[in-house]
Structure formats: structure tokens, C-alpha cells
Design a protein around this ligand. Structure first.
Ligand code: ADP
Ligand code: GLC
Length: 476
């Protein structure tokens, strides 16, 4: 099949979270199955790579606010996998992906309309007429809409569209003036088969209405978003579309995340010989200014500091947990209130707590390798990738039983990790205590680590599920 994959970030070129990881790895896995895949993403200022070459084609998109133009650049990652980057100085030639220190960029509707319409025009310009157009999250929600409306009757319009929801909470909601700003026809401003949502424009809703099939990134989250509690006000619509909604758990890039070859680590290790993990642990403690020789268990997090991630619950519990001899290292960036709170915790417990505020991919690998336990107390979690990286690195995950965390971490005495149910300090504290008890029994801990390291989280199985879904749409 020919597959056009559109995403607002693609690792390693651009990344703010798991979407970037998925956009970096899933297209490659589909290409490895023999499909011809092209990925379209913006060329943000930070996307600099010697392999980027001009395609000789460029876009010209007409909006009410003016004509927007920009070249299409390309990186060939495999004979049947090409990454296309849309360059547009005025939309993407600035620091930040979705926003900066002052908040979200005000022109995001225009920036992602350019990506969405631009991806379709790029395919036309390159003479690539896909069977499947696979779009991701609100930033590409206008693709299925535009395909049905603007590109009807062209060679592109026979393509089937699949929208993957990586996070239902981010919907791309804007004031209704955006209809005129982008030149969207007002008959689309309806609740039924349209973009209207409580008198605002909602890009994700448009995608959900117009895509031929919907997926989300784990089976449990697929169920949760059909309930009022997890549905972010779109649960009714998702229930109405449940017949075409599938939960497919993410895989991970097992080449990038491999403790046997990871270039970010001071020593490498595998399931049969964990000696190198001890060296990673020492280096981790050293990097965070903590005494490297301690026997105390090391708990780590690497996270966007956002409400979703439950960092507030963790920070509430930590002063109590730190009464016993444990260490805590945190890598995160995001909301100021959590940054301040983390810093205050570090000042209160300077011998036990280390923090790094910022985004550092190398350091995230070191935390996965060097920590004994990795904590994810998420309020909700569509899939989550860090728990799978942890399992692969022999680091026992402590996760709240929600979304994809339930589908990837096994609880119980013969499990791979520690799960807790209630989003409540007592439940998290009890989980941390269970971890400490496990740490006190080296043989049992070793069994947990080895079970986790033996699990297969490669993209292969999930890519085949996408392949089957795509094939069913094409033959319909
Ligand atoms: P989400 O996409 O909701 O943030 P995921 O667990 O799916 O959650 O993916 C998060 C990804 O972003 C992981 O690859 C994680 O290592 C990375 N990440 C998050 N915060 C940071 C950070 N501050 N520095 C480096 N990597 C980070
Ligand atoms: C989102 C979700 C996360 C998921 C990622 C990739 O950012 O918050 O749970 O793993 O997308 O699908």
C-alpha cells in the first residue's frame, strides 16, 4: 500500500513527547513490512540535518490572509520511506514547536492548516497518490475535512483516512473567527458532521467526524474515551463512531532504546548481565549531584510537567516517602507551578533529590538505565512510552492503573511492575512502599527486572494491526 503519514512532530528531528517517537518509528515499521511510506511534518527551526535535500517542489496555498509558499525538503530514510519537511519561514522559522515561554503560538490554526492542506498538496506535487492517509492528533485534524471538501474529485480523493488520537485532551479549539481566517466554508460550522463545538472551532472534532477510521494508542484508552469521565466532552461522538474506533497499543523503537547499544550510557548491559546498570546508576547519581555510592533505591521520572502526568500527586507524597532512605531524580519541563514545586522539594531534601528542568534526550536515557524504579502516577495516559522504555532497561515501573499503562505493565507477584488504582496519596505511597520492599529482596527484584526485559515491545505486532486496518479500508 501507499501510505501518507502526517504528524506535527517526528523524532529525532522534532519532539515534545510520545507523538514524536511514534511518528519516528511507526512509519519505519510499516515501510519494513513492504509499504511505500511518506511522512509529512513541518521543518521547525531546530530541524537541521545534513541529509535534508530539496525535492525541487514547493507549496502554494491560498488563504484569505494571503498566499503561503514554501519548499518541500526530503530525507530518504529507507528505499521505501521518505520524510518530507514543509519549510515556511514565517510559520516554522522560530524557536519552539507549539509555543514558547509566553504560551501557545497565537497563529497555531494557520500553522497547522498549512501542515494539513500542505501535506495533501505535497502529495499531489510529488505525484504520490496514497491508498491511506494516516493523520495524528488535532494538528492534522483538518486533513480528512480538506480531503472531502477541497480535494474532492482529484486523484487524491480515493485515499482512505485514518486519524490516530494520541491525546484527547488536546483538541485544537479556537474562536469561530478562525472559519473566516482560514476560509473554511461556514456550512462546516455545525455540531452534526462539522467543526463546531460549543460555539468554537475544534480541529480534532473535524478529524473524528470526517476520517474513515479512528484509532487510539491503547485498547484501554479506547474504552475510557467513550465514557464521560475520560471523553473530554467528545465521548458522545466517539460512542457514535465506536464501530470504526480501534485501540492499538504503541510499540517502541527497540534500536534507539536498547541498553546493549545505547550511546548515551556510560556502560551497556543486557538481561543476562546487569553489571553495567550499576555503572549507569552511579553516573546518574553523580550527574544529579547526589552521592554515587548509596545503597538506597533510586526512583526516577522523565515527564512533561502537566496535569495529565500526576506530578502534583507525586510531589504531595514525596516529603513522606523521603523520610525513608530513598533517592529521587526528576527530568521534566512544562508548567511553572510544577517546576517551582520540584525545585522546592530539591531544596528541602538536597541529599536525596536531584532535578533537571528542561528537555534532554540523552539524560532521559540515563534515567531509564540508572534508576531502580520509574514512576508514572498519571491521571490518564493514552499509552505512555516511558514505562516500556523502563521495562526494557530493567527498571521497574510504578504506574497508575490507567489507559495504556494497564495494557503494558503487568501487576501481581509475578508481574513486571507495580500498579496502583486510586489517584490518591495513600495509594501512591503504598506503591512506593511496595517498591522499597521489593528492593530489599534482591532475588525477587532481579526476577522482576528480567521478566520486564524479556517482553517484546517492538513495533512489529502493532504495525501489523495498522496494516490490517488499512487493508480493510482499502478493500471496502
Ligand atoms: P507524552 O507523550 O504524554 O509526554 P509518553 O510517555 O508517550 O508521554 O512520551 C514521552 C516521551 O517524551 C518519552 O520519549 C520521554 O522520554 C520524552 N520526554 C518527556 N519529557 C522529557 C524531558 N524533559 N527530556 C527528555 N525527554 C522527555
Ligand atoms: C500522547 C500521550 C501518550 C502517548 C503518546 C504517543 O502524548 O499522552 O500517552 O504515549 O501520545 O502515542
Amino acid at each position: 500500500m501507499k501510505i501518507l503519514f502526517v504528524a506535527s512532530e517526528v523524532a529525532p528531528f522534532s519532539k515534545t513527547g510520545g507523538l514524536g517517537d511514534v511518528a519516528g518509528a511507526l512509519p519505519a515499521a510499516l515501510a519494513a513490512l513492504g509499504h511505500e511510506v511518506k511522512v509529512v511534518s513541518p521543518r521547525y527551526r531546530d530541524v537541521r540535518d545534513d541529509r535534508l535535500t530539496p525535492t525541487g517542489h514547493s507549496l502554494e496555498l491560498r488563504f484569505p490572509f494571503g498566499i503561503e509558499r514554501g519548499p518541500i525538503l526530503s530525507v530518504r530514510a529507507a528505499p521505501n520511506l521518505e520524510l518530507l519537511f514543509l519549510e515556511n519561514e514565517h510559520f516554522y522559522g522560530r524557536d519552539g514547536i507549539y509555543g514558547d515561554a509566553f504560551g501557545e503560538f497565537g497563529d497555531n490554526p494557520r500553522r497547522y492548516a498549512y501542515l494539513s492542506m500542505g501535506a495533501l498538496q505535497a502529495a499531489q506535487r510529488l505525484g504520490f497518490f496514497p491508498d491511506i492517509i494516516h493523520v495524528n492528533d488535532w494538528q492534522t485534524g483538518l486533513v480528512p475535512v480538506a480531503l472531502r471538501r477541497g480535494f474532492q474529485g482529484t486523484a487524491l480523493s480515493r485515499a482512505r483516512t485514518v486519524l490516530t488520537i494520541h491525546n484527547l485532551a488536546y483538541q485544537g479549539q479556537f474562536g469561530k473567527h478562525v472559519m473566516d481566517e482560514l476560509g473554511l466554508p461556514w456550512d462546516l460550522f455545525t455540531a452534526e458532521m462539522g467543526l463546531e463545538f460549543y460555539d468554537a472551532v475544534n480541529f480534532l472534532k473535524g478529524g473524528i467526524q470526517f476520517a474513515d477510521a479512528l484509532t487510539t494508542v491503547s485498547p484501554t484508552y479506547a474504552r475510557e474515551i467513550q465514557e464521560p469521565e475520560g471523553g473530554a466532552s467528545l465521548d458522545g461522538l466517539l460512542r457514535a463512531r465506536r464501530g470504526v474506533l480501534h485501540g492499538i497499543v504503541n510499540g517502541i523503537d527497540v534500536h534507539e532504546w536498547n541498553p546493549e547499544t545505547d550511546p548515551h550510557l556510560p556502560a551497556r548491559y543486557g538481561a543476562r548481565n546487569l553489571a553495567g546498570k550499576a555503572a549507569c546508576r552511579r553516573e546518574l547519581l553523580r550527574r544529579f549531584g547526589l552521592s554515587p555510592d548509596t545503597e538506597a533505591p533510586v526512583f526516577g521520572i522523565v515527564s512533561r510537567l502537566a496535569w495529565q502526568k500526576g506530578v502534583d500527586l507525586l510531589l504531595e507524597v514525596m516529603p513522606m516517602a523521603l523520610q525513608s532512605d530513598i533517592r529521587f531524580v526528576a527530568v521534566g519541563s512544562g508548567e511553572g507551578r510544577y517546576v517551582d514545586w520540584l525545585r522546592a522539594l530539591q531544596q528541602q531534601f538536597p541529599q536525596q533529590v536531584g532535578t533537571f528542568i528542561g528537555f534532554d534526550q540523552g539524560l532521559s536515557h540515563l534515567v531509564e538505565a540508572g534508576a531502580d524504579f520509574f514512576i508514572m502516577p498519571s491521571r490518564y495516559e493514552p499509552c505512555g512510552l516511558n514505562q516500556m522504555y523502563s521495562l526494557r532497561y530493567g527498571t521497574v515501573p510504578i504506574v497508575r492503573a490507567t489507559g495504556g499503562l494497564v495494557d503494558t505493565v503487568e501487576g501481581g507477584v509475578d508481574g513486571t511492575g507495580i500498579l496502583f488504582e486510586a489517584f490518591h496519596p495513600t495509594a501512591l505511597l503504598a506503591a512506593l512502599r511496595r517498591a522499597q520492599a521489593l528492593y530489599a529482596e534482591p532475588e525477587r527484584l532481579q526476577d522482576f527486572r528480567q521478566r520486564g526485559m524479556s517482553r517484546d515491545f517492538s513495533w512489529d505486532a502493532s504495525a501489523r494491526k495498522y496494516e490490517r486496518l488499512f487493508a480493510s479500508l482499502v478493500t471496502d
